[in-house]
Design a protein around this ligand. Structure first.
Ligand SMILES: Nc1ncnc2c1ncn2[C@@H]1O[C@H](COP(=O)(O)OP(=O)(O)O)[C@@H](O)[C@H]1O
Ligand SMILES: O=P(O)(O)OC[C@H]1O[C@](O)(COP(=O)(O)O)[C@@H](O)[C@@H]1O
Ligand SMILES: [Mg+2]
Length: 328
């Protein structure tokens, strides 16, 4: 597409926050300043766009944010943005501030909204994958996924200590409403006895067999990772079923929950967010619209948003197989 002249870029974070979002905002704003653009922060995602929570950003706004978790622009889930009236209000506010391009940092939902908004109003926009879930196509990794996995693994290591001391069976629930990426990584990275993910149903009988085999093999601790919303149920539900089948086990459940969304971003997330932020601004200047900047084989690539959000990104079959081999 023939590039439009861009003077003012608005940047926002939307959906579930993710460690590294601040690093991404900072890179977008720094790159904007480098190219002599004016930069605007749209607070609270699409909700702030609708409610005109929009402010000009200065260099001082992005000082010392790279290393901080969360998002200083704040994030939100906006039901009003799902309506044509809500999106029109949002567009009018952008016009009011003279914002002529957008960088949207968020997950599959946020990018779905971005795609719709671009098609309705044609405002040049680029998406960045910001979600701990890693459930976007067009990128090997999303911003925040690596930190969330590190947090989960660190927590599971601690659970392992006490599980071993008491010969207990733990069910640890990790995040990922519809995506098992954190679960499978945490399972491999923490030597789990089994990993249950939303994408694949593991019959309870198979889990029972696995645990019995491990008892025979005199394993000193057993940790089963369960992705929230998994097909076989959450950690509490599975633990109850297993208790009936294997009453001799001393069973405990830990739900890691939102702690997986916080904390300082890992080096990988900082670098990923920084690279993608710069490419987003350069992409807009080159006329790359309605695309998502992602990383594939360590190179930044632009993928049409329609392709990045389409269908369901599958957990790698090899990862699933590896988790299974290493847990027997
Ligand atoms: N189909 C859609 N149409 C318009 N806006 C959408 C759509 N899906 C999501 N959004 C917007 O994106 C926001 C964030 O989406 P959500 O799925 O909650 O998080 P994430 O972007 O992290 O996946 C929603 O609250 C809504 O404002
Ligand atoms: O913040 P909430 O509303 O509790 O949502 C929890 C969900 O958000 C996530 O942490 C991140 O998902 P999104 O990035 O798609 O928002 C999921 O792993 C989890 O299922
Ligand atoms: Mg999502």
């Amino acid at each position: 597409m023939e590039p439009k002249t861009i003077k003012r870029i608005g940047v926002l974070t939307s959906g579930g926050d993710a460690p590294g979002m601040n690093a991404a905002i900072r890179a977008v704003v720094r790159a904007g300043f480098y190219y002599n653009l004016e930069m605007y922060g749209i607070y609270r995602g699409y909700e702030g766009m609708i409610q005109d929570d929009i402010k000009k950003l200065e260099s001082k706004n992005i000082a010392h944010v790279l290393e901080r978790g969360g998002t200083f622009l704040k994030s939100a889930r906006s039901s009003e943005f799902r309506t044509p009236e809500g999106r029109k209000k949002a567009y009018n506010n952008l016009v009011k501030h003279g914002i002529d391009a957008l960088v949207i940092i968020g997950g599959d939902g946020s990018l779905t909204g971005a795609h719709l908004f671009y098609n309705e109003f044609g405002i040049p926009s680029i998406g960045l994958p910001g979600t701990i879930d890693n459930d976007l196509a067009g990128t090997d990794l999303t911003i925040g996924f690596d930190t969330a996995c590190n947090t989960a693994i660190e927590a599971i290591d601690k659970i392992r200590d006490t599980a071993t001391s008491h010969d207990r069976l733990f069910f640890v629930e990790v995040m990922g409403r519809d995506a098992g990426f954190i679960a499978i990584n945490a399972g491999i990275g923490s030597a789990a006895a089994a990993t249950l993910i939303p994408e694949k149903k593991m019959p309870i009988e198979r889990l029972v067999e696995r645990l019995k085999a491990r008892t025979k093999a005199m394993k000193s601790s057993n940790i089963v990772i369960v992705a929230e919303g998994g097909k076989s149920g959450g950690a509490v539900e599975i633990a109850e079923k297993i208790k009936k089948e294997l009453p001799y086990y001393d069973i405990k459940v830990t739900i890691l929950g939102h702690l997986q969304r916080g904390g300082a971003p890992s080096s990988l997330d900082r670098v990923l967010a920084s690279k993608l932020g710069v490419f987003a601004v350069e992409g807009l200047m080159q006329g790359k619209y309605d695309v998502m900047a992602g990383i594939i084989n360590n190179k930044v690539v632009f993928t049409p948003i329609s392709k990045a959000i389409v269908g369901h990104k599958e957990v790698d079959e090899d990862d699933f197989r590896i988790a299974k081999i290493l847990s027997t």
